[in-house]
Design a protein around this ligand. Sequence first.
Ligand SMILES: Cc1ncc(COP(=O)(O)O)c(C=O)c1O
Length: 462
Amino acid sequence: MPDRLHWIQEELQNLKDAGLYNRIRTLSSPQGAWLVVDGKRALNFCSNNYLGLANHPRVVEAAREAAEKYGVGPGAVRTIAGTMDLHVQLEKRLAAFKGVEAAITFQSGFNANLGAIPALVGKEDVIFSDELNHASIIDGSRLSGAKIIRYTHCDPADLARGLKENRNNYPRALVVTDGAFSMDGDVAPLDKIHEVTQHHSAILMVDDAHGEGVLGRGGRGILDHFKLHGKVDVEIGTMSKAFGVVGGVVAGNPLVVEWLGQRGRPFLFSSAMTVPDTAACLASLELLEESTGLVDKLWENTRYFKEEMKRLGFDTGASVTPITPVMLGEAPLAQQFSRELFEKGVFAMAIGFPTVPRGKARIRVRLDGGFASPALFDFLDDEPNVEYVVAMASNAVLNRHAEEGMQYARALSGLAGRSATFFDFDNDGWLDLVVAGTATTSRGRGIALFPQFPQRVEVEFA
Ligand SMILES: Cc1ncc(COP(=O)(O)O)c(C=O)c1O
């Protein structure tokens, strides 16, 4: 290895030693409640596919049809090669869905932030940024050259203090916050942030990546959640999460949108979203417009999961959204937890520094939209040392086969001498049993999975 690159090897080894090295698992199945991960069937606890749209037949069909009609690539950047009618349609429909006047798409949410922030403020200006904002906001802010003042997480009073002390020293000020925070699942107090921002005549920008398709009426997002339509200047979005595709969007004030078409650098210097992506996003949007069913199911599953995790003694932090962190502390413990869950057929990635602060490593759970509605049989029969056993059965199974389901669950519980709860994760009429738990081990509170249980039990009811 050339000497000039030797440092990389050392740094990689440091990451490994600190338990911070990312090992990426390979999927060979579509997104859904169950995945094939590194060749093994596993429950999906970690995608952003909140509504199950990534593999929805109508979304897939829309992408296929568009590819047949238009091909796949956009040709070049839109200002050079012209814009496809599909992109224009998507922008109009996204703006209407979010209840704002205009929208412009980017290739990703990350690019939307990199494009929007430097177009709005420059090196003479100031940015007030929540201390836990997403990396793309941080990078977009740095790229702008503006002075960055971080305020305490979700604290409008600290923001107000910062604005009061500093605002008048700069021609333009931008206040920027995540809507739903991607690592903790808490939601910015946008109504209060709006008030403070107004008072100091600053531009307000919110990144609604985890609010679209999740918060507000039928998933219309954080502005709808707080009834702030027309009051937030810039709303960043992504189609890579609830929409199940990929792509970014900046929505809001039409002047901002027009300006980004002239000065948003990823818009001007990088090709547009691909044709299948754009058509797929339109289909996802249509599904959201038609019914609130998918969003309702997401919240039903989320509430159930959170309640159960709390009941079982886990610390799920300050989350009020489907992003549910399971706080574990040190990165090596989180990685071990994740590895052992995987051995038991649950795919739940550990998240550590630098994605979250040191000492706040966690498993971050998002239930894929392909999960069936929750319903449970709960057999409480706690044993010393064992905090819980979780297994699950679907409403569908319950409704159709309540009696048989109950009998089976009792038998299984008796067999195992543990409490059990059942779901049918993939709504295929088979009970899916997941066994995982925490226990007090010699190393303190940690993971104890129950080797005497089968990894997954399937029961078919006649
Ligand atoms: C708050 C926030 N903004 C932006 C992004 C980037 O979105 P995309 O995947 O579309 O680049 C993410 C993704 O993790 C995010 O959580």
